[in-house]
Design a binder for this molecule. Structure first.
Ligand code: ARG
Length: 459
C-alpha cells in the first residue's frame, strides 16, 4: 500500500527525505494514546450520525486488535508510514479493509497529534505526582528520625548557626510540595482538548467536540481551532516544572555528595546506591546523586530547545513542531527515573549524628546567640555585634572556641556577661532558642512535621 497522502504526487519520496521527516522512531511511544483518541473520535462520529454505527463498531474492534498487538510487541512500525498516526491507520486498513478509512473523517493529524500529547502528559503527570509524594515521604521518614540531630547550618558554605538536621531535610519537603502543586495545577491546562480542530480551521462535519472531551475525560475543549493545533504551552509548562524540580533534585544531590565526602562524613549512602572505582579499591562513589545533578542539564536543555523551536513559528501547524516530542519524552523518563532513585536513596542513608554534632561544637556558629544575649541585657544589637566580633577574633587568636573562654574573659569585653552565658552557648540551647514560627527549634520542627504529614495525605 502506498502513502496515505500519495494521491497528488507523481514521484516516490526521496529516501533521505523519508527518513528525515519520519517521527515513528520516537512517537511510537504515543501509540496507546493515539488509539485512545481514535476510539473516542470514532464513537463521537457515530453518535453524531456522521458514520454508521456498524462501521464504528468495526473500527473500534480493529483498533482494539491493533492495541493488543502493540502491547504484546507484535507490530512492526515502518518509516514509510512516517509517524504513529499513519502507521496505525495503515494497520487498521489492513485489519478491517477500506471501512477503516472512515476513521479520519473530520480529523487531521494536527489535532490528532496534539491530542496524543495531551493524553500522554496527563498520564505521566499523574504518575509523577505520586513519585514526588514518595520522595516527600522519605524526607519525612528521615526528618522524624532526626528531630534531635544537630548540625551546622550554612550560608556561603561557611558554618552559620546550628540547626536540626530534620529542619534541613524539611526545607526540601516544601520545595517538592510546591513542585507537586505546580504539577497538579498544570493538569487544568493539559485537560483542554484540541481534537475537532481539524487541520487548522475546524471541520465541515457536524461533530460534537464536547462529547469527545467527555469520552476522553477532558475538562474543556480549545475554543479556537488555530490555537488548538498550534499550542504547545502545556509541554513548555511541563518542561518548566520539570526544570524547577530538577533544580531541587540537583541541590539535594549536591548536598548528599558533599555530606558523604571524607571531609564531612555527615551521611553515608547505602552501598546499593553507590559504585566503586576500577582502579582505586578504597573508593565508594556517590554516582547516583552526581548523575542526578548532571541530568538536570539535559532537562534544562529540553526546555530551551522547545522554547526555541516555537519562537517565531507562524500559525498554525508547522513541521517544526514535530520537534516537541523527543525532549518531552526524554524529560518524562529522566524525571521519573530521578524521583524513583532519590526516594530510596534518602530513606536508606545512614546519618552520622555525632559527626554533625562535633562539627557544631567546633565552630563559632553560636556567636549570634552571644549578641542576642547582650541585647536581652539592653544593649543595641549593632553594639553587641561589634563586641562579639572582637570576642570571636580574640578566641580565634587564642585557638579557642566560644565555650572555652572564661567568664573573666567575657567580662573583660562587657560587664553585662553573667555565668549563664555558657548555658546560652550550648548548641542545643542555640537551636531551641530559635522558636519563632518556621524556625529550627524542635517544637517548631515537630509542628512542621505534622503539617507536612497532612500535605502527603491530602493530595
Ligand atoms: N508527526 C507529526 C508531528 O509530530 C504529526 C502531524 C503531521 N502533520 C502534518 N501536517 N504533517 O508533528
Amino acid at each position: 500500500m502506498s502513502k496515505l497522502w500519495g494521491g497528488r504526487f507523481t514521484k516516490e519520496t526521496n529516501e533521505l527525505v523519508e527518513k528525515f521527516t519520519a517521527s515513528i522512531s520516537f512517537d511510537q511511544k504515543l501509540a496507546l494514546e493515539d488509539i485512545e483518541g481514535s476510539m473516542a473520535h470514532v464513537q463521537m462520529l457515530g453518535e453524531c450520525g456522521i458514520i454508521p454505527m456498524n462501521d464504528v463498531e468495526l473500527i473500534k474492534q480493529g483498533l482494539k486488535t491493533i492495541e493488543n498487538k502493540i502491547i504484546n510487541g507484535d507490530v512492526q512500525f515502518s518509516v514509510e508510514d512516517e509517524d504513529i498516526h499513519m502507521n496505525i491507520e495503515k494497520m487498521l486498513l489492513e485489519e478491517i479493509g477500506p471501512v477503516g478509512g472512515k476513521l479520519h473523517t473530520g480529523r487531521s493529524r494536527n489535532d490528532q497529534v496534539a491530542t496524543d500529547m495531551h493524553l500522554y502528559l496527563r498520564k505521566q503527570t499523574l504518575e509523577l505526582i505520586e513519585l514526588v509524594k514518595s520522595v516527600q515521604s522519605s524526607l519525612l521518614v528521615q526528618a522524624k528520625e532526626n528531630v534531635e540531630t544537630i548540625m551546622p547550618g550554612y550560608t556561603h558554605l561557611q558554618r552559620a548557626q546550628p540547626i536540626l538536621f530534620a529542619h534541613h531535610l524539611l526545607a526540601y519537603f516544601w520545595m517538592f510540595e510546591r513542585d507537586k502543586e505546580r504539577l497538579i495545577d498544570s493538569l487544568k491546562r493539559i485537560n483542554w482538548l484540541p481534537l475537532g480542530a481539524g487541520a487548522l480551521a475546524g471541520t465541515t462535519f457536524p461533530i460534537d467536540r464536547e462529547r469527545t472531551a467527555e469520552l476522553l475525560g477532558f475538562e474543556t475543549v480549545y475554543p479556537n481551532s488555530l490555537d488548538a493545533v498550534s499550542d504547545r504551552d502545556f509541554i513548555l509548562e511541563f518542561l518548566s516544572i520539570a526544570s524547577i524540580m530538577m533544580t531541587h533534585i540537583s541541590r539535594i544531590s549536591e548536598e548528599l555528595v558533599i555530606w558523604s565526602s571524607q571531609e564531612y562524613q555527615f551521611v553515608e549512602l547505602d552501598d546499593s546506591f553507590c559504585t566503586g572505582s576500577s582502579i582505586m579499591p578504597q573508593k565508594k562513589n556517590p554516582d547516583v546523586p552526581e548523575l542526578l545533578r548532571g541530568k538536570t542539564g539535559r532537562v534544562y536543555g529540553n526546555l530551551i530547545g522547545l522554547l526555541t523551536v516555537l519562537k517565531g513559528l507562524p500559525l498554525a501547524y508547522n513541521k517544526d513542531m514535530q520537534e516537541d516530542k523527543e525532549g518531552m519524552l526524554d524529560t518524562v523518563e529522566t524525571l521519573n527515573g530521578s524521583l524513583r532513585l532519590l526516594a530510596p536513596m534518602i530513606e536508606t542513608m545512614t546519618v552520622h549524628k555525632e559527626k554533625m554534632y562535633s562539627a557544631v561544637a567546633q565552630d563559632y556558629s553560636n556567636a549570634t546567640d552571644i549578641a542576642d544575649y547582650l541585647v536581652t541585657k539592653g544593649l543595641p544589637f549593632r553594639q553587641a555585634h561589634e563586641i562579639i566580633g572582637k570576642i570571636v577574633l580574640f578566641a580565634i587568636q587564642h585557638k579557642k572556641y566560644l565555650l572555652d573562654l572564661t567568664i573573666e574573659e567575657y567580662k573583660s569585653f562587657s560587664p553585662l556577661f553573667g555565668e549563664n552565658i555558657f548555658e546560652v552557648l550550648q548548641p542545643k540551647h542555640v537551636v531551641e532558642a530559635r522558636n519563632s514560627y518556621g524556625g529550627t527549634s524542635s517544637e517548631q520542627v515537630k509542628q512542621q512535621i505534622q503539617l507536612a504529614e497532612t500535605k502527603i495525605i491530602s493530595h
